[in-house]
Design a protein around this ligand. Structure first.
Ligand SMILES: C[S@@+](CC[C@H](N)C(=O)[O-])C[C@H]1O[C@@H](n2cnc3c(N)ncnc32)[C@H](O)[C@@H]1O
Length: 198
């Protein structure tokens, strides 16, 4: 946990959390995703690799998996924690480039821990553009939000944006055994085109 806190103090607006997610939240996000059917899975912002470990445990044999992490310290942490994972040191914005490197155009599932609440609305939209452009038509996108964070205007803007990008946006029950408690948005690409944002 101290490694996380140190990164938060150094890069608060990129890290977005004072502690790594709990194993309970990791289990919940992996159980919500349809990993059994996935052929290509991407994780955004693995941090110290709590979700990465669980994703790898549930990934079908032969499926492509990689993670994109902006913070070099966290890249090293995830690689240490999950030596079989492919972790690139780059922004989630460049997801398409790495899909192509793996010989595919789209992925079936994106599991994100990006700290949406600390991003400006323009950054949120730019990242969601990259995400939507990387997902298969029937792909799924999962991301979590802290319960208390919903009071922030940026978190409300993010939910509006999600609803404008995805046809289906479902919320899971709150995972109380996480600091702070959190829930997951489970979004389906469907056929909705992004609409103009106010
Ligand atoms: C809230 S932490 C979550 C870490 C971990 N998945 C967990 O749940 O414990 C957010 C992570 O997203 C990373 N991050 C922030 N912006 C990013 C970006 N544009 N591309 C990739 N990773 C990013 C941060 O460095 C950090 O590791």
């Amino acid at each position: 946990m101290h490694k996380f806190l140190k990164q938060f103090i150094t890069h608060p607006r990129k890290t977005g959390a004072v502690a790594a997610s709990s194993k309970h939240l990791a289990r919940s996000i992996v159980a919500t995703a349809n990993l059994a059917q996935a052929r290509v899975v991407v994780e955004l912002g693995p941090g110290t690799g709590v979700f990465t470990e669980k994703i790898l445990q549930h990934l079908p044999r032969g499926a492509v998996f990689f993670a994109l992490e902006l913070n070099p310290g966290f890249v090293a942490e995830t690689r240490k924690h999950c030596p079989t994972a492919t972790v690139y040191h780059d922004s989630a914005l460049h997801i398409k480039k790495y899909l192509r490197q793996h010989g595919v155009e789209h992925c079936d599932c994106i599991i994100s821990s990006l700290p949406w609440g600390v991003f400006k609305k323009s950054q949120q939209a730019e990242l969601l553009d990259a995400i939507i452009g990387a997902l298969h038509h029937n792909g799924e996108f999962l991301t979590f939000t802290y319960l208390g964070g919903l009071l922030l205007p940026s978190a409300r803007d993010f939910l509006k944006l999600l609803r404008s990008y995805f046809m289906i946006v479902r919320k899971t029950p709150v995972v109380w055994r996480n600091i702070p408690p959190a829930f997951i948005y489970h979004c389906r690409h469907g056929s909705a085109a992004p609409v103009k944002h106010r």
